[in-house]
Design a protein. Structure first.
Length: 191
């Protein structure tokens, strides 16, 4: 199934008492850019687990691409974006040399990218809700697995993934040619 086509992808807005998850639209672009900037500023003064840098990644263009490709989702609390996630089929080249738990076609895989939580909403379950949404999205659309990579320094994210049922698969060099971002752990959950 193709995420880029509204006709082939089963998706309805997920609304709960205290939050809403929906596909991002162009109306969200400024707020997404602000989320990315706020998060990167927060990472600069605390511990930068993912190794992201303001002005480099993620940036407005990251959000614009996700909106254009119809695969960027936002979690809103009281109308404000508390977190975002990109779900698509794009596996890094380093994924190809790994023995995954299931052999599937690219279109049967969902890959998590640019998983971001606004610092104002950290430690409030936003990350868990986005991961749960990703799993539900996969099940409803008939995808067979979710895969992701996470820098070996990002222990909070690894803890979240493992608590959410993801299994460690391998550690790889993604070839980013950034000294502090060489080794990444790969995780997978199979449905």
């Amino acid at each position: 199934m193709d995420l880029n086509s509204n006709n082939n992808s089963i998706f309805t807005t997920i609304s709960y008492n205290d939050y809403l998850i929906e596909k991002a639209t162009i109306d969200d672009i400024n707020e997404l850019e602000e989320l990315y900037n706020n998060l990167n500023e927060h990472l600069e003064i605390t511990i930068n687990y993912p190794g992201w840098k303001k002005g480099l990644y993620p940036v407005r263009e990251t959000a614009a691409n996700g909106i254009r490709e119809n695969n960027l989702f936002v979690l809103k609390i009281d109308g404000k974006i508390a977190g975002s996630i990109i779900l698509n089929h794009l596996q890094e080249a380093a994924y190809r040399g790994v023995t995954w738990g299931i052999e599937v076609k690219d279109e049967e895989v969902i890959v998590i990218h640019t998983f971001a939580v606004n610092p104002k909403y950290m430690k409030n379950g936003v990350g868990h809700k986005l991961i749960d949404f990703s799993k539900e999205f996969c099940l409803k659309n008939g995808f067979k697995t979710i895969r992701l990579d996470v820098t070996i320094k990002n222990t909070p994210a690894m803890t979240l993934y493992e608590k959410s049922g993801f299994k460690y698969v391998d550690t790889v060099d993604l070839g980013l040619n950034i000294p502090d971002l060489k080794w990444f752990k790969l995780y997978e959950i199979i449905f």
